[in-house]
Design a protein around this ligand. Sequence first.
Ligand SMILES: Nc1ncnc2c1ncn2[C@@H]1O[C@H](COP(=O)(O)OP(=O)(O)O)[C@@H](O)[C@H]1O
Ligand SMILES: [Mg+2]
Length: 316
Amino acid sequence: MAKEKGVRELEDLPGIGPTSAEKLRAAGIDTLDKVAVSFPANLSEISGISAEKAKEAITAAQEATTVNYETAGAILKKRSDLGMISTGSKDLDELIGGGIETDAITEVYGRFASGKSQIGFQLAVNVQLPRKDGGLEGGVLFVDTEGTFRPERIESMAKKAGLNPEKALENIVVVRAMSTEQQMLTLERSDKLIQEKNIKLIIIDSLTSLFRSEFLGRGALNERQQKLNSHIHRLAMLANKYNLAVYVTNQVMDNPGLMFGDPTTPIGGNILAHAATTMLYLRKSKEEKRIVRLVDSPLKQEGECIIKITPDGIKD
Ligand SMILES: Nc1ncnc2c1ncn2[C@@H]1O[C@H](COP(=O)(O)OP(=O)(O)O)[C@@H](O)[C@H]1O
Ligand SMILES: [Mg+2]
């Protein structure tokens, strides 16, 4: 059907107006892919359109969506194009197999002041370096959900790394997200920016704080996980499509009384564990020292190393 050519959003589907689209989104059916795999009766019940119309909408969604078939050989070739961003510490780079990988999500979790943001700042500088120096000559999209982004830190780290500090700051696009909606929209609309600024690193600092404050209590847990899941899915998609690295932080609660279960479990639990390709647990040691534990990785052995947070940045 010719009119299905331009189907990009739920509203573009036949029989789906703004009201029924909203109802679908509210029920978690927020992509064409999800409509494409729905049952007519279910879709009709949720959106209030007839089962007949629901069938048409599903067919249109199926025609508008694609499945990306790739041979294993093509994937191997793509993996050989993978980039690595140095963390600033040789020991940490070695622990995680050379640095923070592109086409992957790296999650760092730990308590307040364990150094999650500092590592983010260092990566935002290092990604701009030439490949031979541990960078990808790329820009950064930095989503700051806690108001803790510090350009002064970028300046001093950039100087130390031999970059022009002003240029280094220009290469980092910062979004201060105040709600989960803003946080999610930033990624939904980022395609153009990623291409124009050659973004090679997306940082979400922190991934979970807004979700935690907006969805309080056990009752909201399902909705929170659903939204977080779709957000992470989008991150993984961008990482793959643009061969870029994703670094997300996740604060472990200091007050175990507020949590159910293990107090050193990151917020988001299992869903994040499956999505994050590399998970690092950061904890304080003496003075400027921090212990980094590689918790989970598809290719690497678990292990630990020690890094230092210095005025010049992350060091061995
Ligand atoms: N300019 C600096 N020089 C040396 N260390 C610093 C500097 N700024 C921050 N730090 C260190 O980083 C810590 C804060 O780390 P941060 O990444 O903000 O923690 P998190 O994001 O995990 O809450 C501080 O407690 C301090 O030890
Ligand atoms: Mg922080």
